[in-house]
Write a protein that binds this ligand. Structure first.
Ligand code: NAP
Length: 532
């Protein structure tokens, strides 16, 4: 079973033991004591191992591989020798870099004398981890390094960690784990490396690292214990777990992982959902999504697709011979990728229905009643496109106001054949607008610019209470536009409603189960309150 391992930088004995006790309490299986600066007193290191509340790895990491060991080459050998002479509990593992192991004879001899292997004469259970780290790149000699480690008779565990250049590097990590001949730890660092850390358990790695909190991470991109256990469903992950994600650039602040993972947990679905950052260009999208789909053993089963890749999704699915939902085709953008059981692809747009339902909810009408309504949509970007399509499809009269008038005209022209009338108007005319519903489809008013409104407050103060307002922004939950509209008695709805509805529809496409929508609302509400 893959062990959840908390790295602890050791400055003093009691502090390290207190942290290890906390790690045990919070569900860790193993601790790694980083004794880079605590190697001078072998007696204290021995005591640390004796009193450790969890089995431990001892690591005294050299500087070229990201550590802060500041002693002489012989100091590490001397520590290992003295540990071998002590009796009592032993560390579960000691970690030595392959480069040091090959370079320093005394260190290699001391490590071999300490650990369990076929040539060992004294009884010991400690295993040797041989490791290699690259904080800058993917090492050119990755597979040779694996072979070199595996060939050392004393090596029980292979450990590789490198900074991922893209999400594709995770696939190499999974491949090495799939083909391993000895237990292995293969982790990618940095913003692209999270899948290798969360999915380590799916691929049977010996361990993954999780820090106690953000400030104690020992490598870039290392998640916290709580993130792994609570957000990424660590305890539920197994070899057949299906993998989903939010594809965008950036993805760091997306609320989708929290919603979907909570949903999977609630309905008992064997899935995990991850952030999947992909740089903006189509070539990146195509290469990354294509590679993840082709690596069948990953069980990559679907994704939410957000800016700037919504149009790329349709192009990609078309190029791969998949099916595109007619409405997504009409809108020209999709937000949901579904990988069907037979491996074929389906692209859908759940923003459309979500926005439509939010609009109807705030006006307290059915979709059929939209044909009697006049709606002002501010903005002509991706969100506005899905909203206008929905409104026009259901016969509403839609007026698009946009900072760049030409874009509003283009959008209106695009939907000219739908049942509802769609016209473009200049932003300056917004104040004269006589619509039943105003929808903000721009980022004006979004965090951190929370004191901005796409409609001047003087104008809002003249509104009658029969006007309804829908702001697609969900952070903050109540924008200035909504606050001012509420003040004059208008019905309002925030972007969280659309966000939850589009996510719920995706969830149902992937799992074929009813989405626990109330839970989704709770998750979004909690997260937005935390970030306020
Ligand atoms: P987008 O494609 O970049 O479009 C942005 C639109 O806003 C463009 O029409 C742009 O006008 C206009 N705009 C940007 N800054 C402006 C400013 N300072 N003043 C006036 N107009 C401005 O973005 P998007 O993907 O449509 O997203 C827009 C908003 O929708 C975001 O706030 C996002 O949070 C929200 N959204 C919500 C959900 C949800 O589920 N609740 C889903 C998707 C999007 P120009 O054409 O002149 O550049």
């Amino acid at each position: 079973m893959t062990k959840l391992t908390v790295p602890i930088r050791v400055d003093d004995l009691d502090g390290a033991l207190a942290q290890a006790a906390q790690a045990a309490e919070r569900g860790a299986d193993l601790v790694e004591y980083r004794i880079d600066r605590f190697y001078r007193s072998p007696g204290q290191v021995h005591e640390l191992v004796q009193r450790s509340p969890l089995p431990c790895i001892l690591t005294c990491r050299d500087r070229p591989e990201g550590g802060s060991f500041d002693g002489l080459p012989g100091d590490r050998a001397s520590l290992l020798k003295q540990l071998a002479d002590q009796s009592g509990r032993e560390p579960a593992y000691v970690d030595v870099e392959l480069a040091s192991y090959e370079q320093f004879d005394d260190l290699r001899e001391a490590a071999d004398a300490l650990v369990d292997h076929s040539g060992q004469t004294r009884p010991t259970s400690t295993g040797l981890i041989l490791s290699a780290h690259d904080f800058e790149h993917r090492p050119a000699n990755l597979y040779q390094t694996v072979a070199a480690m595996a060939s050392k008779p004393a090596c029980r565990v292979i450990k590789l960690a490198w900074r991922a250049r893209s999400l594709r590097d995770n696939l190499e990590a999974f491949e090495i784990l799939e083909q391993k001949t000895k237990p292995a730890i293969v982790l990618c660092m940095g913003e692209f490396g999270l899948p290798s850390r969360v999915l380590a358990k799916k691929f049977g790695a010996l361990l993954t690292f999780a820090s106690m909190d953000d400030s104690s991470a020992t490598a870039p991109g290392q998640p916290t214990l709580d993130e792994l256990k609570k957000l990424y469903r660590w305890d539920a992950i197994g070899p057949n777990t299906r993998v989903f994600g939010v594809i965008g650039w950036p993805t760091a602040h997306s609320l989708s992982p929290a919603m979907h993972n909570t949903g999977f947990e609630a309905v008992g679905y064997d899935g995990v959902y991850l952030p999947m950052p992909i740089p903006p260009e189509y070539e990146h999208f195509k290469a990354t999504v294509g590679a993840w789909l082709d690596a069948k053993y990953v069980h990559f089963s679907g994704a939410s697709v957000t800016s700037p890749h919504k149009e790329h999704l349709l192009r990609f699915v078309r190029e791969r011979g998949g099916e595109i939902e007619p409405l997504a085709q009409l809108i020209g953008a999709g937000n949901s990728l579904v990988v069907r059981e037979d491996g074929s692809l389906y692209a859908a747009n759940t923003d459309y229905a979500a926005a439509l339902d939010s609009a109807c909810a705030v006006m307290k009408i059915t979709r059929e009643q939209l044909k009697d309504r006049r709606v002002a949509v501010i903005g002509a970007g991706g969100a506005a496109r899905a909203i206008v399509a929905g409104l026009a499809q259901h016969g509403a009269t839609t007026v698009i106001y946009n900072r760049t008038f030409e874009k509003a005209q283009q959008l209106a022209g695009h939907f000219a054949d739908l049942p509802g009338k769609v016209v473009a108007a200049r932003m300056e005319k917004l104040c004269d607008s006589c619509c039943h519903l105003f929808i903000n489809g721009t980022p004006v008013g979004m965090h951190p610019n929370v004191d901005q409104s796409p409609i001047p407050t003087e104008q809002i103060r003249k509104w009658k209470p029969d006007i309804a307002v829908f702001d697609t922004i969900y952070n903050p939950a109540e924008t200035m536009l909504l606050r001012e509209a509420k003040r004059v008695g208008c019905a309002t709805i925030g972007g969280a409603d659309m966000l939850v509805r589009q996510a719920a529809a995706q969830f149902e496409l992937w799992t074929k189960q009813i989405a626990p929508i109330d839970l989704f609302f709770n998750v979004v509400g909690e997260r937005l309150t935390e970030s306020a």
